[in-house]
Design a protein around this ligand. Structure first.
Ligand SMILES: Cc1cc2nc3c(=O)[nH]c(=O)nc-3n(C[C@H](O)[C@H](O)[C@H](O)COP(=O)(O)OP(=O)(O)OC[C@H]3O[C@@H](n4cnc5c(N)ncnc54)[C@H](O)[C@@H]3O)c2cc1C
Length: 446
């Protein structure tokens, strides 16, 4: 697809409407052979390459100016082997595609918390979500990948084939080639799970977080939770008088029998005076797409993130002070509860660095395209101020998939730590010595 082709302007758009780039060519691939051809085409002409999976990266790395976008958005097939409990997933699939197919067999694997996020980018950076404490990160469930490398070769990476590449793909992002197919392990989940949010007024934030710190430390691995600090989304299931009201929510998903889940969340639901308690048995697929319309395609986004050392009283005071100091009611922060299976996995098995972190927070500035004048400056400044205030409470490091365009190479090194970065640099030197795949969270060959 060229700039003159019908549909070019739609095809160059990604989820973050603030990204407005004009590639020379968009290669809409239908399969592995197309990806090989696109890599060779771009290399022969010395054109920059960007790789698009789900197109959800906030920094906009899925699209470049003047180069070739290798666009996998037509490659969304998911094939489930219910007996072997595995799934083959194409490189352009979204998490909603995976949940839809796997749940037909009451199976699932760890994916993101928003259905329209891409499988590829999310997995290659690590992959955190509601199931991770029970079943590990997305990369912990990745059994193999088919990859088109920088010289246009097609290789399979697994524990037995190209194990160095397999290690690097699990955390090292899109640095080593284009993944055309993933193979994931699946686990029995649902199809009905106990899940949903409990909301409290923003004024109760410090109390709720102090309670949550102790609650989260004791919960079974089955209980995944994310704290959302923002306004109550205007969803039909929520009473209209609460819409847009500043509030803290603890969103839960229990990956086990509903009755056990009821016991696990009992204390949370009883705490303080909730504005609304929407925890209920629900189809896992419906729960996984419950937040989709709070972060729509085409809105403008910018974010900042850090791993947290823990929720000390001082860290909680900072969060309570800054979380609601946004101007746009769509801005929010989300804090993921880590631990469980994530923390138990062997440290050297993958390139994911932050297995010992208890919580991980992302501060998401969001505004509408026609609010750019009013909000672009205030919201980005809010996110930066909030991060700065959290710095003394950071655990060191940041999740690579939560980096934004103005996070420099120093933050990339911070994300991996020296030991993992050096090992990734060595794999990069083997598979992509010329840094063909650099429109990403970039690892320099070493
Ligand atoms: C609303 C929202 C919610 C999110 N929630 C979560 C969450 O719950 N858990 C979590 O872990 N992360 C989450 N993220 C972060 C997410 O992991 C990253 O934004 C990720 O980059 C999205 O992947 P994608 O394929 O959609 O992105 P894209 O923008 O398509 O790709 C991002 C980068 O990934 C690489 N890439 C993409 N596809 C391929 C491929 N097939 N082969 C090789 N490289 C490829 C490329 O380097 C590309 O530049 C969320 C992001 C958003 C915006």
């Amino acid at each position: 697809m060229l700039p003159t082709s019908p549909g070019y302007d739609t095809a160059r758009r990604i989820w973050n409407g603030a990204i407005d780039r004009h590639p020379a060519c968009i290669a809409r691939c239908m399969g592995v052979a197309d990806v090989v051809a696109a890599v060779r085409f771009a290399r022969e002409r010395g054109l920059e390459i960007a790789v698009r999976g789900g197109g959800h990266n906030v920094a906009g790395t899925a699209v470049c100016d003047d180069g070739v976008v290798i666009d996998l958005s037509a490659m969304r097939t998911v094939l489930v082997d219910p007996l072997g409990r595995t799934a083959l997933v194409q490189g352009g699939a979204l998490w909603s595609d995976v949940d839809h197919e796997t749940q037909a067999h009451a199976l699932a694997t760890t994916g993101g918390i928003v259905g329209h996020t891409g499988v590829a980018g999310l997995t290659l950076g690590g992959g955190i979500g509601f199931l991770m404490r029970k079943h590990g990160l997305a990369i912990d469930n990745m059994l193999a990948a088919e990859v088109v490398t920088a010289d246009g070769s097609v290789v399979r990476a697994s524990a037995d084939e190209h194990p160095d590449l397999f290690w690097a793909l699990r955390g090292g992002g899109g640095n080593f080639g284009v993944v055309t197919t993933f193979q994931f392990a699946l686990h029995p989940v649902g199809p009905t799970v106990l899940a949903g949010p409990v909301f409290w007024a923003a004024d109760d934030t410090a109390d709720v977080l102090r309670f949550y710190r102790d609650f989260a430390a004791e919960v079974p691995d089955e209980l995944g939770s994310v704290v959302r600090l923002g306004t109550v989304p205007p969803q039909a299931v929520i009473s209209e008088d609460l819409h847009w009201r500043p509030a803290i929510a603890v969103i839960c998903c229990y990956a086990g029998p509903v009755q056990d889940g009821e016991r696990a969340v009992e204390a949370l639901r009883r705490f303080g005076r909730p504005l609304a308690d929407l925890i209920a048995p629900s189809p896992y697929v419906a729960f996984q797409s419950g937040m989709d319309n709070t972060v729509l395609h085409g809105w403008h986004y910018y974010w900042k993130a850090t791993n947290l050392a823990g929720l000390s009283d001082d860290a909680i005071a900072v969060i309570a002070d800054h979380a609601y100091a946004f101007n746009s009611p769509r801005s929010y922060a989300a804090m993921f509860h880590m631990g469980g299976a994530v923390a138990r996995a062997p440290r050297d098995a993958t390139a994911y660095a932050a297995r010992d972190v208890a919580h991980n927070i992302v501060i998401d500035a969001v505004w509408l395209p026609d609010e750019s004048g009013a909000h672009a400056t205030t919201e980005t400044a809010w996110a930066r101020r909030f991060l700065k205030a959290l710095e003394p409470h950071g655990a060191g490091g940041v999740y690579v998939n939560f980096l934004d365009a103005d996070d420099d190479s120093g933050r990339v090194r911070e994300a991996y730590g020296d030991r993992i970065y050096r090992r990734l640099a060595a794999v990069k030197a083997t598979y992509d010595p010329d840094n063909v795949f650099h429109h990403n969270v970039n690892i320099q060959a070493g």
